[in-house]
Design a protein around this ligand. Structure first.
Ligand code: SAM
Length: 389
């Protein structure tokens, strides 16, 4: 049975409507009832699709997710709408009107690109995935802007398009792939395809990509959404060598100035925890300059300053206490401060936060909240107690 083709029939669509929002606990009863009137395989396919749609809500929002189609891998590997929309708007602002989306998956990026008004050739070599991408273009009314082609991207002529976007598969049979040359297609192939693009190109890569692996003629951008780093993008046709950290929602973009590492200084009244995109892009010095601060340790990405400056690129905490690492001392301090809610953050410490919380707050009851940072200050294991500004 071809699940997708059957789900696209009038009977399949009616079943999808019927099983929408079915709670896992009710699945068996719903399946038993529906199997009296519909083929068992179709009922299973509809329930499976409903489950995937629910998983996809976090990435695509309920409205789109409930109309789209997914495969298990497709939902996992797709770009979330917030990030895809940000990239699509950036391409649009660069004057891109047509683009080859090489490795389109179920169409997460193609959808955002088309919604930005860009004509898209969406290519995937996996037949089931390409069929889902096509169904999604139809379901969202974007079929006129998205042409889906089932092919190996290495054999596609992209010369008729302004731009190229490549999102290589970074998961193999044994899980995540970290070596960019083991991506499918390999990063070096994607870089060559990007260099041939007439106006611009963007390559989505893992946020852990080493800075040395970024080609000299590319801009590297790290993107976070809601504080979680989602991806890095190598841009061609922008400013070669530029480094950028972009925070969503927003977007707020911090451009690297090539500053040297910040000075290490004693812990001041405030501690700033930079966003993950700032840390991955190595732009901590730019944020330290903005808030007039320095590092608490040469190897730790916590900034400290005497004054509070609002910045979107870091979360500021007012520090009330600094003590050498000691579970006993922390426990006594929390009791004295009547702390009942403790957030544990760590950088440069092997301590397990949950375990520490259990030890220092065995019976939480105080009315106050606090944050403790387990870290190193000038090389020494240290605890900093404070609260968000
Ligand atoms: C990370 S997913 C793309 C996700 C997509 N950007 C989205 O948002 O839905 C990578 C896709 O690349 C496809 N792929 C891998 N190697 C390919 C190749 N050589 N030619 C065409 N497609 C390929 C896989 O089938 C997979 O669907």
């Amino acid at each position: 049975m071809n699940d997708l083709a059957d789900l696209l029939t009038p009977e399949g669509r009616a079943l999808l409507d019927e099983v929408r929002g079915t709670a896992p606990a009710d699945e068996l009863a719903v399946a038993t009832r529906l199997r009296r009137e519909h083929p068992a395989e179709l009922v299973s396919a509809a329930l499976g699709q409903a489950r995937l749609r629910q998983r996809a809500v976090a990435k695509f929002g309920a409205e789109d997710a409930q109309r789209m189609f997914f495969t298990p891998n497709g939902v996992e590997q797709s770009t979330r709408a917030s990030v895809a929309t940000y990239r699509a708007e950036r391409l649009k602002a660069m004057g891109v009107a047509s683009l080859a989306d090489l490795c389109c998956g179920i169409g997460g990026d193609a959808i955002a690109l088309a919604r930005a008004g860009i004509r898209v050739l969406a290519v995937d070599r996996d037949p089931a995935t390409a069929a889902v991408a096509r169904a999604n273009a139809d379901a969202l009314g974007l079929a006129e802007l998205i042409e889906v082609r089932e092919a190996d991207v290495m054999e596609v002529d992209t010369s008729g398009y302004d731009a190229v976007f490549v999102d290589p598969a970074r998961r193999g049979g044994r899980g995540r792939i970290f070596d960019p040359e083991a991506y499918s297609p390999p990063l070096s192939w994607a870089v060559e395809a990007a260099r041939k693009a007439s106006r611009a190109a963007a390559l989505k890569v893992a946020p852990g990509i080493p800075h040395e692996a970024v080609p000299a003629d590319a801009e590297a951008e790290w993107i976070s959404d809601g504080g979680d780093v989602k991806e890095a993008v190598l841009w061609f046709g922008t400013e070669p060598g530029a480094v950028r950290a972009t925070l969503l929602p927003g977007p707020r973009s911090l451009l690297g100035k090539g500053l040297p590492d910040p000075q290490v200084r004693p812990v001041g009244r405030y501690l700033y925890e930079p966003d993950g995109a700032v840390i991955r892009s190595h732009l901590v010095a730019e944020v330290a300059e903005e808030v007039g601060g320095g590092l608490i340790d040469a190897t730790i990405a916590y900034i400290t300053a005497d004054e509070h400056h609002m910045t979107p690129y870091a979360t500021a905490y007012e520090i009330t206490d600094q003590l050498p690492f000691s579970v006993k001392k922390l426990k006594a301090l929390l009791r004295e401060r009547e702390v009942g809610i403790l957030t544990v953050k760590k950088r440069g410490s092997a301590v397990e936060p949950e375990e520490l919380r259990r030890k220092v707050l065995p019976k939480p009851h105080g009315p106050n909240a606090a944050t403790v940072f387990l870290t190193r200050v000038a090389g020494a294991p240290t605890m900093l107690l404070g609260h968000p500004c």
